[in-house]
Design a binder for this molecule. Structure first.
Ligand SMILES: Cc1cc2nc3c(=O)[nH]c(=O)nc-3n(C[C@H](O)[C@H](O)[C@H](O)COP(=O)(O)O)c2cc1C
Length: 188
């Protein structure tokens, strides 16, 4: 009998928070209790022992090819506990690379598989979701970074005037499928 799932994420601009919240909503709809933590707000010691949970979902945004520091740190420090839970572990990244559906496998091979393999981790479910670029006024993407992102959106997505707008490439159906699959795998 399954009861409790832990959801953890790291985000720089908030995109992965939205994904994490959607995953939580879908899992809760199945009658499963969830806890959802933005790892940035917590000391690692505040995250309960993983054996208390029947499943764990970990997600991180990608910047300059890197995970968020908080997710990297968590996975390294709690590696042994995670190893004991591989059959109940799901891992995803939220990144620009996966915006193009043809690049999802590429993103997985670039940002997930080698890093987890190095730690000896082999989750039952992995995925890469397209991300978002918030270029509305006052967003966290500012200065030089904003200029770079504007350039990328013009070049790669062919958007003429990307500034001042929200560019959200998250595929909610893909995210919902991921959450449903995870629940099904846990039941087995
Ligand atoms: C400065 C910057 C660098 C980025 N670098 C990468 C990258 O190296 N690879 C990639 O696939 N996506 C990259 N992205 C896209 C982000 O992964 C995407 O915006 C994602 O939604 C960020 O997630 P977060 O808001 O949860 O941190 C970058 C975005 C920004 C703003």
């Amino acid at each position: 009998m399954m009861s409790k799932v832990l959801i953890l994420y790291g985000t720089r601009y908030g995109t992965t928070r939205g994904i994490s919240n959607k995953i939580e909503e879908i899992i809760q709809e199945k009658g499963i209790t969830t806890e959802n933590y933005n790892l940035k707000g917590y000391n690692l010691k505040e995250i309960p022992p993983l054996e208390e949970y029947d499943g764990i979902v970990i997600g991180t945004g990608i910047k300059m090819k890197m995970w968020t520091k908080v997710v990297k740190k968590f996975v390294q420090k709690r590696k042994l506990e995670l190893k004991n839970m591989q059959n109940a572990l799901a891992f995803y990244v939220c990144c620009g690379e996966a915006t193009d559906k043809n690049n999802i496998q590429k993103a997985i091979f670039e940002y997930i598989t080698p890093k987890l393999q190095k730690l000896g981790l082999n989750p039952i479910l992995i995925d890469a979701f397209g991300g978002a670029y918030d270029l509305t006024e006052g967003s966290a993407i500012s200065g030089m970074t904003r200029k770079i992102v504007i350039g990328i959106l013009q070049k790669e997505e062919g958007i003429e005037n990307p500034d001042g707008k929200m560019h959200d490439y998250r595929d909610w159906d893909q995210i919902i499928d991921f959450a449903n699959k995870f629940v099904d795998l846990l039941k087995k």
